[in-house]
Design a protein around this ligand. Structure first.
Ligand code: GUN
Length: 313
């Protein structure tokens, strides 16, 4: 593994240049568990998270179950609304409205993607921005674009990516060149805003970028968020760079058996790891951070709704 430009990262969570996302997430959730207990003492109720799952996509069902389990483990009130794939727009909208009005619920997450023909944007627009723990509502998108202005709630995966970059490089990312590959509303764009808020120089690259390797090779922090297995190879990476792999791609794994599959990221780990200063694995990198940041947003939303400013987590 090439030496990081500034080896300021924590040795307990970066082993041989590989950033242990599970360990960073465990650190964060331990603080949230303490904060949650303090919240219960002061408010006389638990922070509440509601997750809405529409349809029976197996991957979405696993993600939603993990979110609920983590919420329960941290002492949250956790509720899951499961709706059939063929429900109409109004039924889903009414579910969101009920959760907006439910005082036990501080955070609402509608698992994406929604089955067609449901209109996801219209549903996101209905979520109370104070309870929008995904940070997808236009009010929160706007506050983030205005410099993460409070009381903003920021998208979980990008927020987790920034935390992982800080775990590797130290808390001060100012002046670093962050190149984000991917311009999705869920990851690429908010990641760019968050690294900008950390005083990074930020470039967003995407499918129309000319000479992608030339652009990405200038990055100190490279965030891959495209959804294409192995897109980022050694030729894309400056030696010593910090590589954050947001991709989760399921591919065939004939070496494990005829019908076996495995999860891989957007980064070709085997060729990039030897030259990166630090790199996140898939699985075990950004994934656990997404759930940790969701819990963070839920407790943040709960404290804001209750008017508490003195709970540290
Ligand atoms: N589907 C995949 N990632 C996410 C996420 O972060 N939030 C929601 N609501 N759905 C998702």
């Amino acid at each position: 593994m090439a030496a990081a430009p500034q080896p300021t990262g924590r040795s307990d969570i970066i082993i041989d240049g590989i950033i242990d996302g599970k360990a960073v997430a465990a650190d964060i959730t331990a603080h949230i568990a303490t904060g949650s207990a303090r919240f219960v003492e002061k408010a006389g109720r638990a922070p509440g998270l509601a997750v809405v799952l529409v349809g029976d996509d197996p991957a979405s069902a696993v993600y939603v179950r993990n979110k609920g389990k983590t919420a329960t483990r941290l002492g949250f009130y956790s509720v899951q609304e499961t709706l059939a794939a063929d429900i109409d727009q109004k039924t889903l909208a009414d579910t969101v409205r009920l959760l907006n009005d439910d005082d036990r619920v501080d955070g609402i997450l509608v698992q994406m993607p929604l089955p067609s023909p449901l209109d996801a944007e219209a549903i996101i627009d209905l979520i109370d921005p104070q309870k929008d723990v995904d940070g997808f509502h236009p009010v929160n998108v706007g506050r983030l674009a205005a410099g993460a202005r409070a009381p903003c709630l920021v998208p979980c995966t990008p927020a987790g990516s920034v935390r992982l970059a800080k775990a590797a490089l130290g808390d001060d990312l100012s002046g670093k060149h962050a190149v984000i590959v991917g311009r999705s509303t869920i990851v690429g764009r908010p990641a760019a805003q968050l690294f900008l808020a950390e005083n990074c120089t930020v470039t967003i690259a995407h499918s129309r970028t000319e000479d992608l390797p030339a652009v990405t090779r200038t990055s100190d922090i490279l965030v891959a968020a495209v959804g294409r297995a192995g897109l980022i190879g050694a030729e894309h990476v400056k030696p010593g760079a910090c590589v954050i792999d947001v991709g989760i791609n399921r591919i065939a794994a004939p070496e494990k058996g005829p019908d076996a599959t495995k999860l891989v990221g957007d980064v070709d780990f085997a060729t990039v790891a030897p030259i990166a200063g630090a790199i996140t694995p898939v699985p075990g990198g950004v994934g656990p951070m997404t759930i940790a940041m969701l819990m963070h947003n839920t407790l943040t939303a709960a404290c804001r709704r209750a008017g508490f400013t003195d709970i540290d987590f």
